[in-house]
Design a protein around this ligand. Structure first.
Ligand SMILES: [Fe+2]
Ligand SMILES: [Fe+2]
Length: 307
């Protein structure tokens, strides 16, 4: 066997993987046909926010338990929850736009008659609706579209054009899983705003299919030792920039906290560290099993506060 054929037989597109890949995609396509949403119609955008309700569980806010938190009134704490949910949604849009391009590149090189490619196209459709849903939620909240900082934004521009198979599906799984962990708590908590709960519910249901798709693709990759370290480094950068972009420090000004002071307080906040670690635990275990956590990125995971 030549080196080229060995590589082809080991890679994600190896013929050996085709039957399992198709079975997964057929299951996901059937599930999409049965249960998908149109957020424009399936959310009551006319209903205003309900007074006295948080937008996400307060213990998941970046300033929860800090001296700044202790000084806030109940109204300010609720206001902070609104801005933090909006910031996370804006980062969600940023990543979904990156993901849509990566999935298009994945489909572009492959046979469109396969269920595998048809599911990639279906997922792009889902993400397209999700981004509109998040954008409408931000508008509904009446807050600015907080975006990732310039460096993260520009790195995203490059990454979506050149990402490899492991980076596409490893990065996707990471961002989808941390959002999923957060939104599962929001949708389950009956004390929260009904609209953010419904947005979370729609996203959790459709994302569970995307996560299966990405997780299985990731397990099909085969990496040699040198290549593995490179992929670890890039995955580490995605984890660092997506996690540290979740809360845009500008939002602290909305509750009378200086952005620089708020950022310092969140960085030192043990509750916020716990939240990040808990949200990332499941996805890091999967990345670890795929060989994508190691010496080349552990320092970035520590800097992101997820380990
Ligand atoms: Fe999504
Ligand atoms: Fe997704």
């Amino acid at each position: 066997m030549t080196a080229t054929t060995r590589r082809a037989n080991n890679g994600p597109d190896a013929p050996d993987h085709a039957p399992a890949r198709e079975r997964t995609a057929q299951r996901l396509l059937a599930s999409s046909a049965k249960l998908s949403f149109d957020p424009v119609k399936d959310i009551d955008w006319e209903a205003g926010p309900e007074p006295g309700r948080y937008y996400c569980p307060p213990r998941r806010l970046s300033l929860y338990g800090t001296p700044q938190w202790d000084r806030m009134t109940e109204e300010e704490r609720i206001e902070l929850s609104k801005h933090e949910v909006a910031s996370i949604a804006a980062v969600g849009i940023w990543f979904e736009e990156i993901l849509m391009q990566m999935l298009l590149r994945h489909a572009f090189d492959r046979d469109p008659t396969t269920a595998h490619v048809q599911y990639a196209l279906t997922e792009i459709g889902d993400e397209c609706r999700h981004s509109v849903m998040f954008a409408r939620m931000i508008t509904w909240m009446g807050v600015p579209a907080y975006r990732p900082a310039r460096v993260a934004h520009e790195l995203g521009r490059i990454f979506k054009a050149v990402s490899t198979h492991s980076q596409t599906f490893g990065g996707t799984m990471y961002v989808e899983e941390i959002l999923d962990a957060f939104q599962r708590e929001v949708m389950a908590d009956e004390t929260l705003q009904p609209l953010t709960r419904q947005v979370s519910r729609i996203h959790v249901i459709e994302e569970s299919r995307h996560i299966s798709y990405a997780r299985e693709e990731l397990q099909r990759g085969h990496l040699g030792p040198v290549r593995r370290r490179w992929e670890q480094l890039l995955i580490g950068l995605i984890i660092y920039f997506s996690t540290t972009s979740l809360i845009n420090p500008r939002l602290y000004a909305a509750v009378g906290v200086d952005p620089a002071e708020g950022r310092r307080a969140a960085r030192a906040n043990p509750y916020w560290h716990t939240t990040k670690r808990e949200m990332a635990a499941k996805t890091l275990a999967v990345l670890d099993r795929a060989g994508l956590v190691g010496g080349a990125n552990r320092w970035l995971l520590r800097a992101a506060g997820v380990v």
